[in-house]
Design a protein. Structure first.
Lengths: 356, 523, 306
């Protein structure tokens, strides 16, 4: 006897509650984890979630990390609605960073206003092209995008490694795998002295508004959603499945590519092997946690950014490994998927015994 | 069909094969069985009669152990038993032939049979026994063939042979004739009568009154989960049985004559297609023409190219431009959306997941196919317009639901079908293709849908109906053609044909002699 | 040339071992209708559990492999509860498992950074090892590499020759029909999924305790994903899976032997080769839709509740 039965109508309430339940459960299991490591959970959560936000610089860092997460997740959410699983946004981010960084290196020494915009455009194109490969392979050869996007992410990271070890290595970099530091025209300049937050966060903000309008009102987004919920219904209505694949992968590649430029032209300031702490993967969680909804993604992106900062703080203050962030991310996604089941299902009441 | 079953003397009390008392099964939204009583004697062919949703299938699943009753007793050969699962039912001697077959396409016949037998795994010996039993009962089968290469009738044979190998004392058949040609039905009845003569009890579930009258010794009639009566079918009339089944007279459709000009609207010429699906049927040289004001029916058993023909007509599987024409213009290469813009509406067989998106509201589902009716403007959705559209559709087509905000999956089959048909009609099509219009729908909704289609055709729309229900086609169509093994026979005016002639064509009379061999044996 | 080639081919077999374990496990799970994209995560969890057990007990690979199998199965259990009992989206659950596995293994692995293990000595099969050329390739391997091939033999036999194999296929093909004739679909899928987890865990433990016996964060490096791709490439056929794993094993170790074989290309390109090859292989096999559909377990990835 199964414990679950389908609800006649999906629960809109549960859809909102589910992320909160998931966060609650993650905190609960997190406390147990801290206890087992001999740390006071209250203190630990203070370090994780309060301390990072107790300074101006903390807020600046929150924005620096939330920006790319939100931007990438907005793009991914489009595909996830259509059940197009681009899990290689990390590769598209690197492709964008390489394209944008290439422009910066080529324009080194040129002091012109257009260098930075050109980098952003190049990054967008680079990311979109990296997303176009799996789109082509899926539409033309039926190859699953889940695997191809991820494989191409590995390829992109080796390409980056090749470029910073070879053609683009800084000749005065003491053989470190890194490019030259970009000049000011190729950088987003910080808004405040001593803080890293910069104008690239505006790209994420504008994109969020754009994606919100697109997903909530456009017929195209409706078609993508139908394609994800009921592929046969999409065919019946005459919505093109190929177009769905292309839009999903191009858009998510494009946003990831821009996020890549934001990193190399922002906090990193050059091309090296550490341009992303796994934003492309964490953005998958952000997209789901934000209910594939543009506003939800902004909130989820801020939370995930805080988790990154908390992990760094915990490393310093509590001597906990930074990998604890990854652990929390995984738990959060698990609990979210579990809680989400109750959007479409409910517990079956035990049948009452009947006296015959 | 009018043969009267051989006289059957009731066995002495106490010697019943199966006796159910007070069987009750509740689901969250419905009481599927409510205090059901049923008695079956050895060697008796007992009908369980009722329309869709009356609780017949649930009752059979309880007897077969696939579902557990909330209350009630089962007596088997005079002894009270609890049937916890199907393998226990099989041990007791209960076999079941499912309506939607419980077979595995990519396995062979003998592998399929082995899966349902609780005995040591030896495919070679089993294959011998399959051959032996199948010949003994006139149900020839090749044990080594893959199931997906079998016709629907042959698949049913696999299920029956699978049961017979277990030497059952009770055989349950759930709507067994919906997949058979009229001739194959007679053949099946012979087998069943022979089994009954050997002492096997048979529970025969159906809603087809004339079949029950010709085959069954006794009948239990169900409605709304309850037993509404028992009867001796040979002493009843179809009308009296129908009254017991639905609680009132059978509704009859009015079919006025069409008075307008009968121009061809939807034309198909030399349509051939190899399906993407390796288990699909190849369409061969299909020609047809649907005219204004008529309903053309396509008869045949599913799996003979129906799905492929429908996909080629709707645009879900586009092909050669000239193969499909709408008022003379080639549309065969266009996708479903573009064909709809030119006035071709389509009602698919699969309502949930194809005709409608299950978790979406009816208003959102209106946008699915009717977006060109002002529900989308400059690429943006117009939710209010969609809401109004759905509301109108609900009122005009008597859709019983919680309003335009109700999720498609919360509707009953009949009401969702009314919504989908209504949504398509409100787009004012010039031609409409409808697949299995009343499949799984209760009698009231079915009559409403049929009348709606007739009225629509008489307003000048060309309608093509694909259905497995021959009686339905004779009720609403003007002309009928038969689709068998991917070929379409000529469309014949209804007055010039009958069930028997159509049944002959279903057995593949217009295919080559070698193709026909296996089915011939069935007919 | 031959003296260069023999170590390459022998190394190919060892490099293929984790892929064979993980691939066979995923193949069995997919046959039952469950697609678990968490292979990478399960391998990582198996790798760290195996490494920890091997290092802490001092038992080496002998302790590491069972520990890896148990840990992999436990990880699969989490996936199974969500995706089978609760019918959550299998693709998303698998992704979650991978992300979780990356985090968990890195977290635990922090203790073991810069630890190293003794590994395993090759085990010569008496008699057979003396066959010229082939003996040094096939019969001069570590014990776990033989175990992988034995596992292949068992999986092949069960799938081809036994009732259990038939049931597995039936459940993957049509869970409703299997349920109707009385098979416990969910329980069978649990079994297949846990087997997949144990095999992935074992593959991971082989990597961390035998193949490169030291702990490196994220050391599975995409092999879990390649294993999933191999199952598609193999069209759910275990024999083709092993052949595919050897092919990939060869591509993987090419980078270590490139210089010896006189291949002059950037090392990053060689390192990227297995991933590029995966894409190429997927394209080649997926373009034939009918071939895939004929072999694809029909219910693969579709949530099912009785």
């Amino acid at each position: 006897m199964p414990l679950l039965e389908p609800r006649p109508t999906p629960s809109a309430q549960m859809r909102l509650w589910s992320p909160l339940i998931a966060i609650g459960l993650t905190l609960l299991v997190g406390s147990l984890l801290f206890l087992s490591l001999g740390k006071d959970p209250i203190e630990a959560f203070g370090v994780f979630f309060i301390q990072p936000l107790s300074s101006g610089n903390g807020w600046s860092e929150l924005m620096v990390k939330a920006g790319p997460l939100i931007l990438i997740a907005q793009g991914l959410a489009i595909g996830f609605r259509a059940r197009i699983y681009n899990i290689g946004a990390e590769g598209q981010l690197i492709a964008g960073a390489l394209a944008g960084g290439g422009v910066a290196i080529a324009c080194d020494g040129i002091d012109a206003w257009w260098v930075l915009p050109l980098m952003v455009v190049a990054g967008a194109i680079g990311g979109a092209l990296w997303g176009a490969i799996p789109a082509l392979l899926r539409t033309r050869f039926n190859a699953q995008e889940t695997l191809t996007t991820l494989m191409l992410a590995y390829v992109a990271s080796f390409a980056l490694s090749y470029m910073v070890n070879g053609p683009w290595r800084d000749p005065e970099g003491m053989n470190f795998p890194q490019s030259i530091m970009f000049g000011d025209p190729a950088l987003f300049s910080p808004w405040f002295e001593g803080m890293r937050v910069n104008a690239s966060i505006l790209i994420a903000a504008v994109a969020s508004v754009g994606f919100w309008i697109f997903t909530s009102r456009s017929f195209l987004a409706y078609q993508l959603t139908v394609g994800g919920l009921a592929p046969a219904a999409a065919r019946y209505a005459g919505f093109s499945a190929d177009r769905t694949v292309w839009i999903s992968l191009l858009l998510s590649g494009l946003t990831a590519g821009i996020a890549g430029v934001g990193e190399v032209a922002g906090p990193v300031g050059q091309l090296n092997l550490n341009i992303s702490p796994g934003y492309g993967f964490a953005a998958i969680i952000v997209a789901y946690l934000g209910r594939l909804n543009a506003i939800g993604i902004v909130l989820a992106g801020l939370l995930m950014a805080l988790l990154y900062l908390g992990g760094e703080a915990a490393q310093v203050a509590l001597q906990l490994p930074a990998a604890i962030t990854g652990l929390f991310q995984g738990m959060l996604l698990f609990f979210l998927l579990g809680a989400d089941v109750f959007v479409d299902y409910r517990l079956r009441p035990r049948p009452k015994p009947v006296i015959a | 069909m009018t043969t009267i079953p051989p006289p059957f003397s009731s066995p002495p009390p106490g010697a019943l094969r199966l006796e159910l008392t007070g069987i009750t099964k509740r689901y969250p939204s419905v009481v599927a069985n409510d205090g059901v009583q049923l008695k079956v004697a050895p060697g008796e062919i007992h009908a369980v009669l009722g329309e869709n949703g009356a609780g017949k299938s649930t009752l059979m699943k309880i007897i077969y152990g696939a579902v557990q009753a909330d209350a009630g007793q089962i007596q088997w050969n005079g002894r009270e038993v609890v049937i916890a699962n199907p393998s226990e039912a099989r041990r007791l001697g209960i076999g079941m032939v499912f309506q939607h077959f419980s077979l595995f396409e990519t396995l062979t016949v003998v592998e399929n049979i082995a899966l349902a037998l609780d005995e040591p795994f030896d495919l070679k010996r089993l294959a011998e026994r399959v051959r032996e039993v199948s010949t003994r009962y006139g149900l020839p089968l090749d044990p080594d063939r893959l199931v997906h290469s079998l016709s629907v009738g042959e698949r049913q044979r696999v299920e029956i042979v699978r049961c017979l190998l277990q030497e059952p004392q009770l055989l349950i058949l759930d709507e067994p004739t919906s997949v058979l040609t009229p001739q194959a039905v007679q053949k099946l009845f012979e087998t069943l009568r022979r089994l009954a003569a050997e002492g096997v009890s048979i529970l025969y579930i159906s809603h087809k009154l004339h079949e029950i009258q010709s085959l069954c010794h006794s009948a239990t009639v169900m409605r709304g989960g309850k037993v509404t009566g028992t009867a001796t079918p040979s002493q009843e009339t179809p009308a009296s049985l129908a009254r017991m089944m639905i609680g009132r007279e059978l509704p009859v459709c009015e079919v006025p004559a069409y008075t307008g000009e009968a121009l061809p609207v939807l034309t198909v010429s030399k349509l051939s297609m190899i399906p993407d699906d390796p288990f699909g049927t190849q369409l061969k040289d299909i020609d047809l023409e649907v005219r204004r004001g008529e309903i053309l029916g396509i008869a045949g058993i599913s799996g003979n190219g129906q799905a492929e023909l429908l996909a080629a007509l709707s645009g879900e599987a586009p092909g050669r431009a000239e193969a499909v024409k709408l008022v003379g213009l080639p549309v065969g290469h266009l996708d479903a959306g573009k064909r709809r813009k030119r006035g071709l509406a389509f009602v698919p067989e699969e309502r949930l997941g194809r005709g409608a998106v299950p978790p979406m509201s009816l208003a959102d589902n209106a946008t699915l196919s009717a977006h060109a009716q002002g529900l989308v403007k400059k690429g943006f959705l117009r939710p209010k317009a969609a809401w109004e559209f759905a509301k109108t559709c609900i009122q005009r087509f008597d859709v019983r639901c919680g309003g335009p905000g109700a999720a498609a999956r919360s509707l009953s089959g009949g009401n969702l079908q009314k919504f989908i048909v209504g949504r398509e009609i409100m787009q004012k099509p010039i031609a409409m293709v409808v697949a299995q219009p009343t499949w799984g729908v209760d009698v009231g909704a079915a009559a409403f849908l049929r009348q709606t289609l007739i009225d629509l055709s008489r307003s000048g729309v060309a309608i093509l109906v694909v259905s497995e229900e021959l009686e339905e086609l004779f009720e609403i169509c003007d002309r009928i053609a038969v689709l068998a093994e991917g070929r379409l026979g000529p469309a014949v005016p209804k007055a010039h044909t009958n069930a028997e002639k159509i049944g002959m064509q279903m057995s593949g009379l217009f295919t080559s002699a070698t193709d026909r061999e296996p089915d011939h044996a069935a007919a | 040339m031959l003296e260069h080639l023999i170590p390459v081919l022998a190394g190919t077999l060892a490099a293929a071992t984790p892929l064979i374990f993980a691939g066979l496990g995923e193949l069995v799970a997919e046959r039952s209708g469950v697609i678990n994209l968490g292979v990478e995560g399960m391998m990582l969890i198996g790798a760290i559990a195996g490494f920890a057990a091997a290092a802490d007990s001092g038992g080496g690979a002998l302790a590491g492999l069972p520990a890896g199998a148990v840990a992999g199965a436990l990880a699969a259990l989490v996936f199974a509860v969500l995706s089978l009992s609760m019918a959550a989206n299998q693709a998303a659950c698998g992704l979650a498992l991978t992300i979780f596995g990356i985090g968990l293994s890195a977290f635990i692995g922090q203790h073991y950074v810069s630890f190293s293990l003794p590994g395993l000595q090759p085990l010569d099969i008496p008699g057979l090892v003396d066959i010229p050329v082939l003996g040094r390739i096939f019969f001069h391997q570590d014990a776990v590499t033989y175990l992988a091939l034995i596992s292949f033999g068992i999986v092949w036999w069960v799938l081809r020759k036994t009732r259990l194999g038939l049931i597995l296929k039936a459940v993957g093909e049509a869970p409703d029909a299997a349920h109707a004739i009385g098979y416990p679909v969910i329980a069978i899928r649990y079994g297949a999924t846990l087997f997949g987890g144990a095999m992935a865990g074992m593959g991971g433990a082989y990597l961390s305790t035998v193949y490169t016996p030291l702990w490196v964060q994220n050391m599975v490096a995409g092999r879990g994903w390649i294993a999933i791709a191999l199952v598609v490439f193999a069209t759910w056929n275990p024999t083709r899976l092993v052949l595919g794993a050897w092919l990939f094993g060869g591509v993987t170790i090419l980078q270590f032997h490139a210089q010896g074989l006189g291949i002059a290309v950037p090392v990053q390109l060689l390192a990227a080769l297995p991933y590029l090859a995966t894409v190429v292989v997927l394209v080649l096999i997926s373009r034939d839709k009918r071939l895939l559909q004929l072999n694809l377990p029909a219910s693969l990835g579709k949530p099912w509740l009785p």
